[in-house]
Design a protein around this ligand. Sequence first.
Ligand SMILES: [Zn+2]
Length: 388
Amino acid sequence: MSDWREQVVGAVDRLEERLRDVAKDLFDHPEVKFEEVRASKRLAAELTEGGFDVELGVAGMETAIRAVHPAAGDGPTVAVLGEYDALPEIGHACGHNLIAAGGLGAALAVGSIKSELPGRLVFLGTPAEEGGGGKVLMIAAGLFEGVDAAIMFHPSTNTTIGRGSLAITEVKIEFHGKPSHASGSPEKGINALDAVIQTFNGINALRQHIVDGARIHGIISHGGVKPNIVPEYAAAEFYVRAPENDYRDELLDKLRKCAEGAALATGAKLEFGLVGHAYQAMRPNKVLGERFLKYLEASGIPYNPPKDKSMGSTDMGDVSQTVPGIHPYVQICEDDIAGHSREFAEASGSERGYVAMLAAAKAMAMTAVDVLAEPGLVKRIRDEFGAV
Ligand SMILES: [Zn+2]
């Protein structure tokens, strides 16, 4: 097997120029969620050239990819994942161009020796991680059925394997009041904006009593029309996040009560809606993660975990609750830089970013080879996954 590992490392080395070009191409042409037309076409073309049977446009998404290697035998199924959506205005400030190129590199490298290996190899191109939940839709469409290991990496300000992600739900709160002249006849009005403000106040009071690591953050998306009209309609949007799915649901209930209390106090009518995306908390598989880290270090990127424990949310959380999976972080810049910033975007198109992407491609390829070919490894992965 060490021979196979050497072969996939060699394959990534030979692919280096192409992978750098893919990463740069996506970086130079950022596309937001569900609009990743250029990126998905480029990846589909590369996978087709690499001998995969490629479907572009799966799970009801024009830009989702399923690419299956034709050399399929008995044994485990490995899925290598690639994200490629960018953020509005600030481009690849989450480094998904590197995720796509790294995942592609791992898939092509393992594909180059797949006829010698048992099992099945799949590349899944997953659109709209940033608020669209492409992976959630792909799970619903059955694309993760039978997958024994889902492997991806994410660029970051540190290198770590164990960091989870927060469960998240997006909420929209609307209040309907009654317009009236704000000075001439304020007593005849019902102020919907006050209801929104009371909701914020209720949530701010709640904050002292929620577990560490949970987050509730919101904006007022509509606050009235003119100061001389009592606001008839006002609305706010919140993200509710927590380290556990159940606790997220508990917080959601508390947030609803804050809004109901505000409605009662002001007389405005409440509409409470779950909108947009809801992602589950991440459960990173340790057995898989440790393999990845060992091979990443061997590829020149040292382990460098962050000092704090802050987390975001991702639809890889849902994947990791459905099948064993990893979402390790690989450092591409110094750790005083924030994610989703212009500085992080710069790092995603930098030499350091490309070097990290190539090392991650090698580590993912070697991990995938182990899953396919090492007797007993899938059982250990599955045992950990089953032990909740
Ligand atoms: Zn991201």
